[in-house]
Design a protein around this ligand. Structure first.
Ligand code: AMP
Length: 148
């Protein structure tokens, strides 16, 4: 079932249409979200599925944030998943501080920077940390979780 959205606050902006960004864009679009996806490489949009019903913009997502070419006033979420930590941080900060976007998520490859940005209200995902947790789970070596 498609979700009904408030017109003023109904867009998810995804910066980076690589393996993760395209996957998210396809999933959210299929769930009925309005999606705008940005990538500097036009070829990246080939990862979007035929059923993708959002918009795509070619260019540097960080520059587009500054020029507000991605309709950030209407965005309830911004997901920064380029393959560059600095770009993702910049995009996330502009979205949070300039446009007061509710939900801002940035992928960070460098685990040491993760906690710093969480303090600014930016949710971060760090593939290295997530992978380490998964490996620990499989190995059975992670911290013990109390039984409920
Ligand atoms: P992946 O590592 O497969 O998730 O891909 C990352 C994507 O981010 C690639 O498609 C890149 O072209 C894209 N990308 C990297 N830097 C930028 C940027 N500044 N603006 C827009 N897209 C970018």
């Amino acid at each position: 079932m498609k979700r009904v959205k408030n017109k003023k606050n109904d867009v998810t902006v995804i910066a980076g249409c690589g393996r993760l960004g395209a996957n998210l864009a396809n999933t959210l679009s299929d769930e009925g979200e309005s999606v705008i996806v940005i990538d500097k490489d036009r070829d990246s949009f080939r990862k979007l599925s035929p059923s993708f019903s959002g918009f795509f913009l070619v260019g540097d997502a960080a520059e587009m944030m500054l020029r507000n070419e991605a309709d950030l006033n209407r965005a309830h979420s911004v997901i920064a998943v380029t393959n560059n930590d600095n770009s993702n941080i910049f995009i996330a900060q502009v979205a949070k501080e300039v446009y007061q976007v509710d939900k801002v998520i940035a992928r960070l490859y460098d685990p040491e920077r993760e906690c710093v940005y969480q303090e600014f209200g930016i949710d971060t995902i760090c593939p290295a940390v997530l992978s380490a947790h998964e490996v620990e789970k499989i190995m059975g070596t992670g911290p013990e979780v109390p039984e409920s």
